[in-house]
Design a protein around this ligand. Structure first.
Ligand code: DC
Length: 210
């Protein structure tokens, strides 16, 4: 099983880099943030308060999740667009729910086993989910660069709103008790602020001798 773990904060370039690297290495790609977003979507849709620990953990255990390269389905419903919207983004603190994390981590490991590994991106992939990964990468970028990238993706919110949301989510991701965002000790750290995607992919491919 060949696992490449890519972690880092929002806007650090994880998704773009992970997709390109997967293509380059002929591996599958898994966006674990989309899984936490999908659980948030499922809770909101059923009028379950995303902050309720037990009901949301129970929901996470039974929900049917399908996360592919270009679509996310939750109990058969296409949620690809909605999971990126402001409503889900603001309520995605379900990621701090230990029961939800336990279930998502189990599903991520199962996914990797079934596909012979993959390029897997998130916040705790190298530190918790796959500590034995062949390569662990921690991507980061200056806060204003990350906010500008996100701002380009979300056209209906101002730069200031996006930057404030990002700072709030950074604090939540780094400050939570269960699996906070941290750089694994043996991860390769790359500041993507002033690099092109090609340069980053090249650099990472060199790390694994490809
Ligand atoms: O990468 P993203 O912005 O789509 O992630 C959505 C949220 O899920 C983010 O606030 C952090 C959380 N997350 C997590 O806690 N662990 C992961 N492995 C992936 C994402």
């Amino acid at each position: 099983m060949r696992v490449i773990a890519i972690d880092g904060p929002a806007g650090s370039g994880k998704s773009t880099v992970a997709r390109r690297l997967a293509e380059r290495l002929g591996l599958r790609y898994l966006d674990t943030g989309a899984m936490y977003r999908a659980i948030t979507f499922a809770a909101l849709r059923r009028n379950i308060d995303p902050g309720e620990l037990d009901p949301v953990a129970a929901l996470a255990r039974k929900v049917d999740l399908e996360v592919t390269l270009d679509a996310v389905r939750v109990d058969g419903v296409d949620a690809t667009i909605e999971i990126r919207g402001p409503e889900v983004t603001r309520a995605v603190s379900v990621a701090a729910n230990p029961g939800v994390r336990e279930e998502m981590v189990a599903r991520q490991r199962d996914w990797a086993r079934r596909h012979g590994g993959g390029v897997i991106e998130g916040r705790d992939i190298g530190s918790v989910v796959f500590p034995e990964a062949e390569l662990k990468v921690y991507l980061d970028a200056r806060p204003e660069v990350r906010a500008a990238r996100r701002s380009k993706e979300v056209t209906d919110l101002s730069y200031e709103t996006v930057a404030a949301d990002l700072a709030r989510r950074d604090a939540l991701d780094q400050g939570r008790d269960t699996s906070p965002l941290t750089r694994a000790g043996d991860a390769v750290e790359v500041d993507t602020s002033d690099l092109t995607v090609d340069e980053i992919v090249e650099l990472l491919t060199e790390q694994i001798g490809g």
